[in-house]
Design a protein around this ligand. Structure first.
Ligand SMILES: Nc1ncnc2c1ncn2[C@@H]1O[C@H](COP(=O)(O)OP(=O)(O)OP(=O)(O)O)[C@@H](O)[C@H]1O
Ligand SMILES: [Mg+2]
Length: 441
């Protein structure tokens, strides 16, 4: 124990490289297992990492691995094509390697240089996250719709008196869906969305300080409508303190000025919305807090929401009864959305683990060309009529698809995957909400 975040990132990278090789060989199941190991290690790194920008990168790499694992699992038992063998691996592998190198270096050089003189276009995003992908958080979704989506789609409904919100803050514990909500906003609007990691901005713009902020807002207002999404805003807008240097102070002052200017834009300039997220709202400077007209609390999921998140993550892959799902949602009190998603991923691997480790196989049926299809035999009982073989000895088209995930699989995974959010911090969020915010649940 006592390992560092770097250690887990390095381990995760090793597994990813192995997964990449397995995928290149066409061994999708092995690749899925190795990528799950990558995710497990990166999740551990995430818990230890303190730098916001590095956490941000880890989250992104985790998300891409997660979707790849899902894809691999569903492909595992389909006939392979050349495209399958390649599909997406190389890109993602390159992404992880680049990201982990970046984490190791602790810098963001690759984006420095040219963009200083040019534009912020490289921070534009067009994610594909429908509102339905964000479970629960009904009030936060409604407020964001009202603040951002509707005014952009139906500008005629608003005027000088009835002005939509232009500065919204999302705050809450890690892994509760703040970034996901911002992605849903970006998906839903036709506006240009800039995704800005605050610590990244600080380090990258250091030295030219406030000018970049000014340029960013100017560029944003050249579009008919745009959203500036500052993730992990606490890095940028922490309370002023003695040790703060001049450059940071100037950036903050400029940001405050630009935020004030949002209301007083001329007819010609487009509408700019500032959306920000943080999991440490109490560290924000009062001056910034006051400028957010909506401060929405994105809380830990309640039992019903936990149930829906588990259902959504395992949709099509499980055969649990509503009662079993209810039991799972009850025992996962204290798990964030992100913890639940990792938990489900782990449970999804259980049926695969059974296949890798099987030594005895039973006939499951006959495939379309008349060949026998086998599934792992778990015992107990007589081995009469069973086939003794390793998974590698059975042709892919004769392997039955993995069985569905059961409640027992999930319960086993619960023993391995623990919640990442510290329960003692919950009071701080509640207290902050009473004083400054409103619930987005
Ligand atoms: N309400 C939710 N509905 C569905 N999935 C969720 C929800 N909350 C979290 N998740 C899952 O957790 C992952 C991480 O969520 P997200 O990045 O939005 O958290 P966050 O609140 O921004 O965390 P942080 O404060 O650490 O940045 C998502 O990719 C998603 O899989
Ligand atoms: Mg986030």
């Amino acid at each position: 124990m006592g390992e560092t975040a770097e250690y887990y990132v390095q381990k995760g990278t090793e597994y990813s490289k192995k997964g990449f090789d397995s995928e290149a060989r066409g061994d999708f199941m092995e690749a899925a297992q190795l990528y799950t190991e990558t995710m497990r290690h990166l999740s551990l790194a995430l818990q230890l990492e303190i730098s916001d920008s590095k956490k941000d990168i880890l989250q992104k790499v985790l998300a891409t691995h997660k979707s790849r694992v899902k894809e691999l699992i569903s492909r595992s038992f389909q006939p392979r094509t050349t495209e399958d063998k390649k599909g997406g691996t190389i890109e993602r592998h390159a992404e992880l390697t680049a990201a982990s190198e970046k984490i190791e270096r602790g810098t963001h050089e690759e984006t420095g240089g040219n963009d200083r003189e040019n534009t912020f276009q490289q921070t534009w995003v067009k994610p594909n996250v429908p509102w339905s992908a964000v479970v629960g958080l009904t009030a936060a979704k409604a407020a964001l719709r009202e603040a951002i989506v509707i005014p952009i789609k139906y500008p005629q409904l608003f005027n000088a008196k009835r002005r939509p919100w232009s500065r919204v803050l999302l705050y809450g514990p890690p892994g509760t869906g703040k970034t996901q909500l911002a992605c849903a906003v970006a998906t839903e609007t036709d506006s240009v969305v800039y995704s800005l990691s605050s610590s990244d901005l600080l380090s990258r713009w250091y030295g030219e300080s406030e000018k970049s902020i000014k340029r960013l807002f100017q560029e944003a207002s050249s579009h008919p409508s745009s959203v500036l999404f500052f993730d992990e805003i606490d890095a940028l807008c922490r309370s002023r303190n003695e040790s703060e240097d001049e450059a940071t102070r100037r950036i903050k002052t400029e940001l405050l000025r630009q935020m004030d200017g949002l209301n007083a834009r001329s007819e010609k300039s487009g509408r700019v919305i500032v959306l920000a997220a943080t999991n440490r709202p109490w560290e924000l400077d009062d001056a910034f807090l006051r400028r957010f007209q909506k401060r929405l609390y994105v809380p830990m999921p309640e039992v019903e929401v936990r149930k829906s998140i588990v259902e959504q993550n395992l949709e099509g892959y499980h055969d649990m009864t509503p009662e079993e799902l209810k039991d799972i949602s009850t025992v996962t009190k204290g798990y964030s959305g992100s913890d639940l998603s990792n938990l489900c991923n782990d449970a999804m691997m259980e049926p695969l683990r059974e296949i890798y480790s099987a030594r005895w196989w039973v006939i499951d049926g006959i495939e379309s060309k008349g060949k026998l299809v086998y599934r792992p035999w778990k015992g107990p009982g007589s081995k009469l009529g069973l086939v003794e073989a390793k998974m590698e000895d059975i042709p892919t088209d004769q392997l039955a698809p993995p069985r569905q995930v059961t409640a027992k699989d999930v319960m086993n995974s619960i023993k391995r995957c623990k919640p990442s959010v510290n329960a003692s911090e919950m009071d701080r969020y509640e207290e902050f909400t009473l004083k400054y915010g409103e619930s987005g649940a």
